[in-house]
Design a protein around this ligand. Sequence first.
Ligand code: 1HN
Length: 382
Amino acid sequence: MSATHAPTPVRLTAVDGPDQPAVTPALEALYRGFEQELLVPLWTEIGDLMPAHPRSRAVPHLWRWEALRALAAQAGEIVPVGRGGERRAIALANPSLGGRPFATPTLWAAIQYLMPGEDAPEHRHTQHAFRFVVEGEGVWTVVGGDPVPMRRGDFLPQAGWNWHAHHNATAEPMAWIDGLDIPLQYATEAQFFEFGRDAISDAERTTPDRSRSERLWAHPGLRPLGSAPVTPGSPLLAYKWAFTDRALADQLAVEAEGYGGTVEPGHAAVRFTNPATGADVLPTIRAEMHRVVRGAETAPVRETGSSVYQVFDGSGTVTVGDRAWSVTRGDLFVVPSWQPFSARSEAGATDSDTSGGALDLFRFSDAPVFEALRLDRQEVTR
Ligand code: 1HN
């Protein structure tokens, strides 16, 4: 696609300040001269360019899972999956990001929906991605020829440039969420994309209970000596719910015995990490699971960088900046940079949870980017 670039009009206005120049005909003439030459002086811009603290363009926002799933199911009836569109993925658009499919300035989050027997075609891209499953099962994601089952609670990272396709082997539709660093990579202007094969092989349509990656890499503290990670992300392609659930339950049990181990009383949390390095699962995305026991409330914390949360189980109230919502299973919300976040676990009107009354929150963020740039800051605001 070629585009002709019209010069961006520059429109300078005088600013107020003790040492700012008076608005005189001479100043007006100077500013029109700057505009003509596409020049912008710092003194009119510094407040916007260098705010005293982060001012996110994104706003806190909540999407209800019920509404998302209903629309995705409708898309399942009307919109085929195939080459070109590639995925039946419907992205969260933060209301203050200009209608772009951007949940935050750096993160994409979408519900994806695959009908019985459908395949989503193979491709690869530099964008780092993951899937997280809040309900259902039946889809195998085939990453680099390795079929990986997807079931409720499973977290499936997939670092950039891996070939991947999805295959629904069952008689039921399935929905899940995709997280990617699309807005960040869009800003970097360094993205690449390639189509793969139009159909996966019969061997890849098999539906083993565990992927090869899990059999090699999902043994705690045990590194396979004959296998080296080939991508910049985790070589483990699925973090199964049974392990995550047990880690959280054990953390709370150790706390109950009086030995600490939790983030704060009643708040257990784990981070999904690369078993080869201990680092985040993806170069640009951090993913965690938090469990807040019934009746507990987390301290409000603000951090640089943005997060997207999905309620995995339970219900409660979440507070983001000056917004607060009652949330239940599947609901998604956004925490923009430097907005305080806290969560309280409480019984909800529509509880059907199996988490013993706890509020389980899946979280992903752009934290690895901010840490690499030494821009990470965190503050408890109480
Ligand atoms: C993609 O490849 C997937 O593989 C999901 O499931 C969402 C959004 C934009 C571009 C590629 C997938 C995507 C995507």
